[in-house]
Design a protein around this ligand. Structure first.
Ligand SMILES: [Fe+2]
Length: 255
């Protein structure tokens, strides 16, 4: 069965959410919710990421109690579950990020509404890693000159039944080629990014094969450049304190 792409507004999407078959039909449907977030908010978040990375060295921390916010340069680590070239930022609710997390309450509520095991995650916003699943806001910048992510599927867990990706760049302006695509079992590759603009929300199944094709591969790559492809992802994840058994993303080939 092929994938249907719905470009709609939030109210229309909320009506679709009422369907008891919403989750079971998600493998065959992708939703682009137009202009859900204002562009000024997106630009403020990008600016605060750039300010953060200008003052803090890139690093990585396990998701345990007191995990700081951090940013990391991913450059096709050989041991990575999914190889990527991206500058990633990780923000946590216990690090004085109330305004940031409030901005995406709608998305977290959506994830909670669609989750199973609601009793285990209803306090996720105030959870710390030793309590169980936690909220995190991830921002990715895929620089021009080859930023990307290999094709993969994401693990489905009871608290991660939908992927929610906020477009934080303007395809066709911030970058010309590449970006998010998915694999339609009938029609092959569908270029999703070119159907979106800054502030749109993309909702799709974690189980659909997807990747980020190299962004402007002919351009000169430079970690210091601030354009390219940006996205914001509010997520609920299990911490590193205890293993939830739902696995990691599965890579399906090189960039
Ligand atoms: Fe993914």
């Amino acid at each position: 069965m092929s994938v249907n792409i719905h470009v709609i507004g939030w109210q229309e999407f909320e009506l679709m959410l009422q369907s008891p078959d919403f989750i079971s039909n998600l493998e065959n449907n992708v939703y682009i919710i137009r202009g859900l977030f204002n562009k000024e908010l997106i630009d403020e978040i990008k600016d605060s990421c750039l300010s953060f990375s200008s003052k803090t060295a890139d690093s990585w921390y396990p998701c345990i109690d007191d995990c700081p916010d951090y940013h990391r340069l991913h450059n096709n680590f050989p041991g990575a579950y999914v190889k990527a070239i991206q500058h990633a930022y990780y923000f946590h609710p216990w690090n004085d990020n109330d305004a940031l997390f409030d901005s995406f309450k709608k998305i977290f509520s959506l994830k909670l509404a669609l989750s199973e095991q609601k009793q285990n995650i209803q306090n996720y916003m105030s959870n710390i890693p030793s309590d169980g699943p936690i909220a995190r806001i991830v921002v990715h910048q895929y620089p021009r000159g080859g930023g990307g992510q290999e094709e993969h599927i994401d693990p489905v867990s009871p608290y991660a039944r939908v992927q929610t990706i906020i477009q934080a760049s303007v395809p066709g302006d911030d970058f010309m080629q590449g970006g998010l695509y998915l694999i339609d079992p009938v029609h092959g590759r569908i270029e999703l990014d070119r159907l979106t603009s800054k502030g749109d929300l993309i909702v799709l199944s974690p189980g659909v094969r997807h990747g980020v094709a190299p962004v402007d591969p002919e351009s000169t790559f430079n970690w210091q450049e601030t354009d390219g492809r940006w996205i914001i992802m509010p997520i609920i994840i299990n911490s590193d304190v205890s293993n939830d058994g739902y696995g990691k993303p599965v890579g399906l080939g090189g960039l």
